[in-house]
Design a binder for this molecule. Structure first.
Ligand SMILES: Cc1cc2nc3c(=O)[nH]c(=O)nc-3n(C[C@H](O)[C@H](O)[C@H](O)COP(=O)(O)O)c2cc1C
Length: 186
């Protein structure tokens, strides 16, 4: 099935084959739990300087020239407005010691930044997580509404990496450290 059915119904290609039923949300969640993904925390700050961020496994590379990445942001996410209105955002790729950061930034109704070390990047920019495996600074280039998410597109303008810290992955609804060591807290 073409995803354009959900983005722009007028452009759906015609098919002679009988339509297949899509998976239910429960079956889809189970199916997608097999797709291992890098755990990231996507951050920005709004016009008043308030910091926003959420845990995401949807960050991926979409274009080399121009250098573009995308992040799927849920339509009901508390961060959606700040993300869409931002001039820039950062995709912080978590290291295997940062399981607690992933947990904090997926929690509702708490100060997600409390107890974690961030620095503005650049000096007046969005918050970058210290000790992360990598970080991509992105100029907000646009967004596309698809299904129950907005695909936030960013042009990558900066990159930082810490090679000695392996990345933290998410697979089968659990944390996995790429090094094979247990993903430790703290
Ligand atoms: C492993 C994992 C991956 C997630 N990936 C995304 C994602 O890609 N996009 C997204 O909008 N939310 C994602 N979430 C949910 C958010 O981190 C957060 O829990 C959600 O935005 C609800 O909080 P809020 O509405 O208060 O922001 C993910 C959560 C977890 C635990």
């Amino acid at each position: 099935m073409s995803m354009w059915k959900y983005a722009d119904p007028g452009r759906r290609p015609r098919s002679a084959r009988p339509a297949e039923e899509p998976l239910s949300p429960e079956d889809f969640r189970e199916a997608m739990s097999h797709l291992a993904g890098a755990l990231t925390v996507v951050t920005t700050q709004d016009a008043l300087g308030k910091r926003w961020g959420f845990t995401a496994t949807s960050a991926l590379s979409v274009s080399q020239s121009p250098p573009l990445v995308l992040v799927g942001v849920g339509n009901t996410s508390s961060c959606l407005q700040a993300m869409l209105e931002s001039e820039s955002f950062i995709v912080n790729v978590l290291s295997e010691q940062q399981r607690e950061v992933a947990e904090s930034f997926a929690r509702k109704g708490v100060d997600r930044f409390a107890g974690h070390d961030f620095v503005p990047w650049p000096a007046d920019g969005p918050p970058r997580l210290l000790g992360a495996h990598a970080a991509y600074r992105c100029r907000t280039a646009g967004s596309v509404q698809v299904g129950d998410h907005q695909l936030l597109i960013g042009e990558v303008t900066g990159f930082s990496a810490r090679s000695e810290a392996g990345p933290l992955l998410w697979h089968r609804r659990d944390f996995v450290a790429l090094s094979g060591k247990e993903a430790v807290c703290g």
